[in-house]
Write a protein that binds this ligand. Structure first.
Ligand SMILES: NC(=O)c1ccc[n+]([C@@H]2O[C@H](COP(=O)([O-])OP(=O)(O)OC[C@H]3O[C@@H](n4cnc5c(N)ncnc54)[C@H](O)[C@@H]3O)[C@@H](O)[C@H]2O)c1
Length: 290
């Protein structure tokens, strides 16, 4: 029997989650308070003919009979909490509810829910139908079994999940991204480099490496034959000195205007759909090359 996943909230992330689940051979029961999303759900039906793709205007109906719920509603604590209350009586006794939230702590989201032990974060990366990482993290009321089941579920969807053992604001990958963003902004704010050149520092050096290996493997190589042990000597200390030099740039209105103008010049005049297609095709090619 096809496994059916409830997709709650069909905006940017929810619709792409639906596509990821359909790609993996699952069916989807979708809900969104904005009934206009039905045109995009119909487009999915055209592409995945024969798959079970249903839209419900009542959220209680969308979660009926499913083992897994992926919530991708607006990033507001009270909106998500209200939604979790609404589905409380319609959920199966074993159903897991996972939130896509990028910034809200699981312990804050699960408070007061009768199914708090079965609540977990399953944080994807945009676009979730292409990028494999899913960060799985529970709150203080989440059971270990739930974290394990969610992990196994995302693996079955073809994703590369990771378990985070401590809940922290922004989870993991976005914290790494925020550190890079801080340095990128600081380079522009201090006059060190233009937006275009900061972008090149990533796309012509760091990015290609990062597609294949993260910081640990990169620095293992930087340590030469002696690997990481060698790296953590003098070179490592030199890099640590840069941590002490890190600045927190101030996002003034003037800086924002500069960043917006330079980014516009960098990206050029292209349709949004073209930009998305270019990114998606490029990401697929990089992942295939890996
Ligand atoms: N955008 C990203 O890059 C990204 C990446 C990873 C995770 N996320 C997370 O995914 C979730 C959804 O983000 P998104 O970018 O898809 O947002 P979005 O605004 O595109 O979609 C949110 C959807 O929720 C619906 N919705 C559900 N309940 C609602 C309510 N009570 N009031 C108003 N609208 C309601 C909206 O109609 C809309 O279709 C967020 O929790 C976000 O943190 C986003």
């Amino acid at each position: 029997m096809t496994k059916i996943i409830a997709v709650l909230g069909c905006g940017l992330i929810g619709l792409n989650w639906a596509e990821a689940f359909l790609n993996a051979g699952f069916g989807v029961q979708c809900w969104d308070p904005n009934e206009n999303v039905q045109s995009q759900i119909n487009a999915l039906r055209d592409r995945f003919s024969g798959a079970k793709i249903d839209y419900f205007s009542r959220v209680e109906e969308a979660v009926k009979g499913v083992e897994f719920v992926q919530e991708s509603g607006p990033e507001r604590l009270e909106v998500k909490r209200a939604l979790y209350q609404d589905i409380e009586n319609a959920l199966g006794a074993e159903t897991i509810v996972a939130s896509s939230t990028s910034t809200i702590m699981p312990s804050d989201l699960q408070q007061g829910l009768s199914y708090a032990a079965r609540f977990v974060i399953g944080h994807p990366f945009n676009p979730p139908h292409i990028l494999p990482l899913v960060e799985v993290v529970g709150g203080n009321l989440t059971s270990e079994a739930t974290v394990n089941k969610a992990y196994d579920f995302y693996a079955a969807v073809g994703k590369q999940p990771i378990k985070l053992h401590v809940e922290r604001m922004g989870h993991l990958a976005n914290r790494i991204q925020a550190a890079v963003w801080r340095e990128s902004i600081d380079a522009v704010a201090s006059g060190q480099a233009s937006v275009a050149d900061v972008e090149l520092a990533v796309t012509a050096a760091l990015g290609p490496r990062w597609a294949l290996m993260g910081q640990f493997e990169t620095f293992d190589l930087a340590g030469g034959e002696g690997g990481m042990a060698n790296f953590l000597g003098d070179i490592g200390s030199a890099i640590e000195a840069l941590w002490d030099d890190a600045q927190r740039p101030v996002m003034t209105d003037e800086l924002k205007v500069k960043i917006i103008a330079e980014t516009k010049k960098l990206v050029g005049e292209r349709e949004f759909a073209d930009k998305i297609n270019r990114r998606d095709e490029f990401l697929k090619a990089v992942l295939a090359a890996k």
